[in-house]
Design a protein around this ligand. Sequence first.
Ligand SMILES: Nc1nc2c(ncn2[C@@H]2O[C@H](COP(=O)(O)OP(=O)(O)OP(=O)(O)O)[C@@H](O)[C@H]2O)c(=O)[nH]1
Ligand SMILES: [Mg+2]
Length: 397
Amino acid sequence: MKPDTSGVVDSILSKARLMAGKAIDKDRNEGKARILIAGKTGVGKSTLLNAIFSEDLAKVGVGEPVTQEITEFERDNFPLIIADSKGLEGEDYEAIVEDLKSYVEQSIRTGDEKDAVHFAWYCVAGDGARYEDGEANIVQTLSEAGIPVVIILTKGRIFRGDGFREGSKEAELRDYIMQKSGDFIKGVVLVRSESEEDEDDDGNIIFKKPKGLDTLIQVTERYLAQGKQNAFIQALNVRNETALKLKEDAAREVVNWATAAATAAAAAPLPGADILALSPIQGIMLYKIGNHYGVNTEGTNWTNVITAVAAPLVAGMVARSVVGGLFKLVPVGGTIVGGIISGSSAGVVTKMIGESYIDVLNSLAREAIAKGEPTNIAPELAFNNLADAIRRKKQDK
Ligand SMILES: Nc1nc2c(ncn2[C@@H]2O[C@H](COP(=O)(O)OP(=O)(O)OP(=O)(O)O)[C@@H](O)[C@H]2O)c(=O)[nH]1
Ligand SMILES: [Mg+2]
């Protein structure tokens, strides 16, 4: 007779559910990040947003005019709100400044974190345009409202590496801006948001790749309000190396959380525990990691996914074990002995699943980028590759 472990499994299951629930609550409370983007018409705001974020919010999002000049774009299940300040053309800066003032004051007045503006990108055309006093006024207004501001020189032509080339027109404009607004900004970043056709010295057509976006992502992440970095990182598309790196780091934090949670949930050494008891934690882990890489997992049955993914980790007769609701774990990294699952081996299994998932998503993202394909990853593809990766890892052992 096998010992009846159902009570133990139930207890792990309820602990795992509790921990998964807490992780979701934390996300909810941290909420969305709101970025205000402003600058004259045609300066390249929409193009920049498309180059950086994984959703074309201005196209797919619901735009709600919140003041005369400002429209907010938002979408369900997307952690970013873009406040797009339109109509900065013409000479009527006073009205615009007043409008921006009342917008940011309104968001401060409610005192509600969800109404706050967390960052502002002020765009100036880098291709020879000027930086006007009215614009400096806007920047100062935003800064005095406590919003971190970065000035972006768009349509940059002359770069050195990912930044300015000293002596260039762009560098001159930067120096002028620093002199005017240096006290109110976190920096001036030069970007080229879309690749540009040019001619080399022999008249051959060459393409200059987008530039400066990695620097912009770094600066923004660094100065973004506490607790909002995760939302920002999640909203980035994977095309920029910096974004991919930040996503990987954030995903590793998720794995560390889940590893600790699984270890704690299965605190006592157990005679053969059900890995499915940990599926709430592992499901949340995969869900949160996937969010960073644009895997749309709405409606996913996580227990099924975890069952499929963990199958290679389960000894021998998978079908019987699944039917019985009990998994006998095989040794992973030598830590699971004789079907006993301790807290630490629950952690080892969880960590292995999480790290494999990060590897899988990183390579899917890189493949899509190399082929110039859209980088949203289909969940079936992600889960199949994850199951394959785990099977391969197990064979290597
Ligand atoms: N060469 C080059 N062209 C750019 C760049 N960014 C934007 N453009 C072009 O500039 C034009 C205007 O870009 P948008 O992104 O629509 O400008 P916007 O600021 O959103 O304009 P409004 O929404 O009207 O305020 C488009 O034709 C873009 O293709 C860039 O980095 N380099
Ligand atoms: Mg636009």
